[in-house]
Structure formats: structure tokens, C-alpha cells
Design a protein around this ligand. Structure first.
Ligand code: PLP
Length: 384
């Protein structure tokens, strides 16, 4: 139904059923024109391009994101090439070297997991990781952990990357946070564009991190944070874009920051990804594609996929090995766990030979669902 929008990626990989959109989504055709437009605008405007980008393109994408997240203040959105940069910048809002107590889960993506483990090596950073399993009791255990003491930072994914399970919404635990200074961040990478998300109740308090190479379909280089509006952040890891409008003033004394989301900005970046992101947002608008509509299409695909694997009766990939708590509160990919990493790698390689691209993490095989699938495509999947 939506394949026509992805004709170039589909034609470039004929016969392949791409079940890894949760890793890298195919880019719709409109993004190619957008990329070329960036080149043409760069040629036409040269140095003047930056004024245009900040006056036109940045606000257009900020507004598009704000609409999806139901935010009233698009200027609180800041861009960066990846979420790690925004995460680390936020961490440097704490005075360098001070003791830190961080609460998180055992299912955070490498950007945070690796960074937080490295911080622990300082010796005065304590990181408590709440186990996401059993999923059925996670919401309660998470809330208890949030309430258990005063945390300097709380970090949790909206959808866990290694299971597809949705975490409890902040309204289920935010009131348990002790103290107004706790830096709270939700990694929304698997939620943005995938699940209807109303961030307005949290916009003054909680960072929301996401990016464009998954469900926003615009490729790498365009991540963003919704920066809480109740606070002016002064990250130590700061770039000159963080106070762009004051650069004509004398640059001496204490370092100034923008009083909106730009306070978390870095420095010169390739903004071609922003053009691609804008093109996707426009496509969604013309097609009437909202996260709710996309989700409903994906839920139908997921049901078709489950019905197909029921018929295959495979001991490895079936409803019993599916890691899920509640399929209604679940992301766009399914995760199956069985055996060991070697067996999972072997099955992924076998599927790839038969034209089905998946991805795997240790003993987990992930199947993702995308707008460029039709329900009947899953008939192609065989495990023997
Ligand atoms: C949950 C989650 N967060 C973040 C990222 C990307 O991180 P970064 O932008 O730091 O490369 C991914 C990528 O797969 C992810 O799954």
C-alpha cells in the first residue's frame, strides 16, 4: 500500500524482505530530492546558507516534531548528529567530577550503557540498573526505585531496544521523583514516529531524545532533544551554536547560553539530514500519516506475521519465544529469544540467504515491520 514511496530503496535491493527497519528504516523517495536540494541550496547561497537554514529549515522541522509530540514550544527542540552527543552534553551540566547517582535500566542502548559504565570508572558515579524482566512487574519496581532516594539523573527508554517492550509512561512514576534538580531523560528513539506520543505533560521537566534514522525514515545525522523548559541548562561541553544570537557581543567573562533548547546545541553540522527529515514530515502530512495511522498499519502487519509463524510451528520463532509483555504497549519490532547467540546468528544468516533481512543481539532475533511491507510478504519467510 505504501511501497510506492520507497521505490528507490526497494529497487536497489530486489527480492529482499527488509525486516530490520527498527535498525535503519528505508528512506522514502522524497528524501533523495531533498538531499539534492541541500546541494543546490548550498551552491546558490554559499555562506548565506546558514542564515536561511536557521530562519527556515530548523523552525520547519522543529514545528513538525512539535506537532507529532503535541508540544507548544518548538524552540525547545535542539538538533545534533546523534543522540549520544545530546546525552553527553546533558551529563556535563553537572559540575565536573562531582559525585553522581544515576538510575536507569539494564536494557538501555549502547550509547547510554557504554557511557554510563565509563562514568562509573570515575569511582564516584553510582549507576543503579533496574532489571526490565520480569516485564510484568517492571512498572512497579521502576517506580519504587525512582522513589527510593534522590537521584541526580534518571534515564530510561520509551521502548527497550532489546525487547520492543514499552516502558511505563512518565505519568506512572514522575511524581515519585525526589527533588526538582534530577535530570530526567527518556530515550524515545524507538517511540518517535512509531507510537502516538503526547509529550506536553512532560515538556517542562523531562528531556526526550530521538532521531531520524529509524521510524522518521530520514537517515542518519538528524537527532534531537526536547529540552525541558523549566530550566536553563549550561552544559560544559558546549559549542558556539548554543548562544548563536549573542555572538556579536563581546565574548568574555562567563559563558552565555540561549534561553531555549539551543542552549544544548553544539557546533557546525551537515544539515542535509534536516532536509530529508523535513521531506518525510511533508510526505506524512500529504498522506495523512500520523504515528497512530502508521501504528495501526504496523499492528496489522504484526498480526499477519504472527499468523504466518503459527503455521510454520518452528521451535525457535513462535509466540512462546516472543519477548513481549503486552502487544498493545509494544514497539514496531518483535524480539524472539531462544538457545544461544550462535544459534540465533545461524538462523539470521539462513533467513538472509533466503532473502529475509533481520537483525540480532546476542540470543535475540529481531523482526521489524515497516510501511514498505505488505501483509502477504511474510509468506516468504521459512525457517528450514
Ligand atoms: C534506543 C536507542 N537509542 C539510541 C540509538 C542511537 O544512538 P546514537 O544516536 O547515539 O547513535 C539507538 C540505535 O539503535 C537506539 O536503539
Amino acid at each position: 500500500m505504501y511501497k510506492k514511496h520507497y521505490s528507490r530503496f526497494l529497487a536497489a535491493r530486489p527480492g529482499l524482505l527488509h525486516c530490520a527497519p527498527h535498525s535503519h528504516y528505508y528512506w522514502p523517495d522524497v528524501t533523495r530530492d531533498a538531499q539534492l536540494r541541500y546541494w543546490d541550496d548550498s551552491a546558490a547561497m554559499a555562506d548565506d546558507k546558514w542564515g536561511y537554514l536557521f530562519a527556515e529549515k530548523v523552525p520547519a522541522v522543529q514545528q513538525g516534531i512539535a506537532k507529532i509530540l503535541n508540544l507548544t514550544d518548538p524552540q525547545q527542540i535542539v538538533f545534533a548528529p546523534n543522540t549520544h552527543e545530546l546525552l553527553y552534553r546533558a551529563i556535563t551540566t553537572f559540575r565536573y567530577g562531582r559525585d553522581l547517582a544515576i538510575l536507569t535500566t539494564d536494557a538501555e542502548f549502547h550509547s547510554f550503557n557504554r557511557q554510563s559504565r565509563r562514568l562509573e570508572e570515575r569511582g564516584n558515579v553510582e549507576v543503579v540498573r533496574v532489571s526490565t524482566e520480569p516485564f510484568a512487574t517492571f512498572a512497579e519496581r521502576w517506580r519504587d526505585a525512582v522513589a527510593s532516594r534522590q537521584w541526580d539523573m534518571i534515564f530510561i527508554s520509551q521502548i527497550f531496544y532489546n525487547s520492543g517492550v514499552a516502558s511505563p509512561e512518565p505519568k506512572q512514576w514522575l511524581d515519585a521523583v525526589r527533588g526538582d534538580d534530577t535530570l530526567i531523560m527518556v530515550d524515545g528513539y524507538h517511540g518517535f514516529g512509531a507510537l502516538p506520543t503526547d509529550w506536553s505533560p512532560y515538556a517542562d521537566r523531562v528531556f526526550y531524545l530521538a532521531g531520524a534514522y529509524k521510524y522518521a525514515q530520514a537517515g542518519e545525522g538528524c537527532c534531537f532533544a526536547v529540552v525541558p523548559s523549566n530550566h536553563v541548562f549550561r552544559p560544559e561541553y558546549t559549542g558556539w551554536f548554543a548562544d548563536f544570537s549573542s555572538l556579536a557581543k563581546p565574548q568574555e567573562g562567563s559563558v552565555g547560553y540561549a534561553n531555549d533548547g539551543m542552549c544544548m546545541a553544539g557546533a557546525t553540522v551537515d544539515l542535509s539530514a534536516l532536509y530529508r527529515f523535513e521531506a518525510v514530515l511533508k510526505l506524512w502530512q500529504t498522506e495523512g500519516l500520523t504515528p497512530a495511522r502508521i501504528l495501526s498499519y504496523v499492528r496489522d502487519l504484526q498480526q499477519a506475521f504472527l499468523q504466518h509463524i503459527d503455521t510454520l510451528k518452528d521451535p525457535r520463532v513462535n509466540r512462546d519465544t516472543l519477548l513481549a509483555h503486552d502487544l498493545e504497549r509494544h514497539g514496531h519490532f518483535f524480539t524472539f529469544r531462544w538457545g544461544n547467540a550462535e544459534q540465533v546468528t545461524e538462523l539470521a544468516a539462513h533467513l538472509r540467504e533466503r532473502g529475509v533481512a533481520t537483525d540480532f543481539r546476542n540470543d535475540r532475533l529481531r523482526f521489524g515491520f515497516a510501511l514498505y511491507h505488505n501483509a502477504e510478504d511474510y509468506q516468504q519467510i521459512e525457517f528450514d
